[in-house]
Design a protein around this ligand. Sequence first.
Ligand SMILES: *[C@@H]1O[C@H](CO)[C@@H](O)[C@H](O)[C@H]1NC(C)=O
Ligand SMILES: *[C@@H]1O[C@H](CO)[C@@H](O)[C@H](O)[C@H]1NC(C)=O
Length: 310
Amino acid sequence: LSFRNTGGRCVSSPPQKETPLANAAFWAARKGNAPLLQLLLNSGRVDADCRDSSGSTALMVASYSGHCDCVKQLIMQGADINYQRETGSSALFFASQQGHDDVVKLLFEFGASTEFQTKDGGGALTAASQYGHAKVVETLLKNGANVHDQLHDGATPLFLAAQGGHVTVIRQLLSSGAKVNQSREDGTTALWMAAQMGHDEAVKVLLLRGADRDADRHDGSTALFKAAFKGHNSVIEELLKFSPSVGILKNGSTALHAAVMGGNLQTVLLLLGANADPMTPNENHELPADLTRSDRILKVLRPKVLNGGS
Ligand SMILES: *[C@@H]1O[C@H](CO)[C@@H](O)[C@H](O)[C@H]1NC(C)=O
Ligand SMILES: *[C@@H]1O[C@H](CO)[C@@H](O)[C@H](O)[C@H]1NC(C)=O
């Protein structure tokens, strides 16, 4: 998101033509030039709720840029604190997304609401969680933001924090009652997402807080399967402490198959060390060893194949 060149055309009521003064007000809000902004607003020739072509107000621009004094100035001059632009974003959303806790607090002092949603169903808390802004998350939760908010695809603040590996935020959300096993509509849980992104610390915290280690997505893959495919060995070590399934999964394959396909020798060794069975075929009757040409990997799989098979 960018406010560069948004200009200051006033396209909403009260109807007002694009003016150099409105442009200057947007510029001042972006740059944090509160004295200039005050001068412009006091002139009576710039409306405090003037919008640009995307429906942004100067208050949104100042909030996004983190300029408290400009935010205050605009509110004092009557700017509507809860305006939403076309995408649904409000000043609170932008300040939260950018991690400007002082602005967020100020907006709350003047009655900002956490109710507003963007077009994808997100709000201030989903934005702050996604970007890992722990202070803002704390402020939002204190001011009534709903920890159970969801995007239209079902992603929660916890899911988004897990995706980004934001451990502090993950802890805050869980302490505020976030559901650790809640999945997105495609079945993806916070643990699955953290595992696939390689965030071992996030995986550890989620497991300690009771996340279902074997939760599978609708495609049948689990956190271990995905981490094995990607070779995220520190994630795998955390998962293995909780004895996840190393057998055949709903999608007809095992984590060892995934590890062999991923081609990471260390991953294969980790799974063998956790008693993954190299003699378990996938649904296509292939053993893990059938899925690689790597001598190094075959060498660690074969002795076991020979022992177990004959
Ligand atoms: C998450 O799911 C697992 C497995 O079904 C269950 O044991 C655990 O209690 C759940 N955790 C929470 C906090 O609901
Ligand atoms: C299992 O799931 C993975 C990842 O979604 C996929 O690549 C694989 O083809 C699936 N099925 C089998 C038999 O491995």
